[in-house]
Design a protein around this ligand. Sequence first.
Ligand SMILES: *[C@@H]1O[C@H](CO)[C@@H](O)[C@H](O)[C@H]1NC(C)=O
Ligand SMILES: *[C@@H]1O[C@H](CO)[C@@H](O)[C@H](O)[C@H]1NC(C)=O
Ligand SMILES: *[C@@H]1O[C@H](CO)[C@@H](O)[C@H](O)[C@H]1NC(C)=O
Length: 255
Amino acid sequence: MISSGKTGFEMKAIAFVTLLFLACGLATPFYLKPWSEVTLTLHWPQTFCNMEHCSPHLDYWTLHGLWPNAGMNCNNTWKFNISEVQDLKADMEKYWPNLLHPTSIQFWSYEWHKHGTCAASVESLNSQHKYFSKALELYKRFDLTKTLKNAGIEPSEQNYQFDDIERCIWQHFGAQPKIQCVKSTKGENVQELGQVEICLNTDFMPVACKKSKEDLWSRVNELLLNRFSAPSPFQVCDFGTPVHYPMVKENKTGH
Ligand SMILES: *[C@@H]1O[C@H](CO)[C@@H](O)[C@H](O)[C@H]1NC(C)=O
Ligand SMILES: *[C@@H]1O[C@H](CO)[C@@H](O)[C@H](O)[C@H]1NC(C)=O
Ligand SMILES: *[C@@H]1O[C@H](CO)[C@@H](O)[C@H](O)[C@H]1NC(C)=O
């Protein structure tokens, strides 16, 4: 005999289990855990723009974001409101620019929704003003442009040893950073310096950036939560490959 469908009891049972599942999911969403570390991420505008075909004309590292290690897009109802950070706007335009669309607030809004709403799970970052001002404060405290320059590492046509760059940053901040490169347009045996991550504890003191397992987990998280965005072209720099720290391109006439 072929059953013509599920019995009322089965339907109820399925509904109940489904509800239970949803309720548990809502009661303890894994992404609302308070974070234990936050990553200050800085990028080199010229490297970004070599990939994205923009023209930054900026000769200093700029902010990419301040990313807690727990969660993404934690509160979609908490909208970015530029009025809340009006007093920070000049600094944000200078140090946290949208390299693709310089006059748009979309980058800040994106970072707030994806990371800021999760960072807000701890008291020290529980408002938009606290989040953006802390990021700017950390950016200034860890003056990466100057740190590299003081060690003789400046944008150049010559390449650097990865080891020299890592050692410089590591020594200055007192903890192992994560340094990311992109494939260079100059060929296979050189990589382009792109992004530096400084990992911080809840007191905003540097701690060693963790490797592999956490990277994998955050990658999985990213894929699950953000499956419609393209994977990042940034990869942890290869230890043995020379590093190109590209010079800021001159303004082209008619550009
Ligand atoms: C999300 O943000 C709104 C607006 O700030 C707030 O009222 C609400 O409590 C937040 N929800 C959670 C789960 O934190
Ligand atoms: C944005 O923030 C300002 C200043 O705090 C506030 O007066 C305004 O109501 C907010 N706007 C929205 C849409 O929440
Ligand atoms: C390039 O042009 C921009 C905008 O016109 C200007 O702000 C910047 O100072 C120029 N940069 C250089 C290196 O000439």
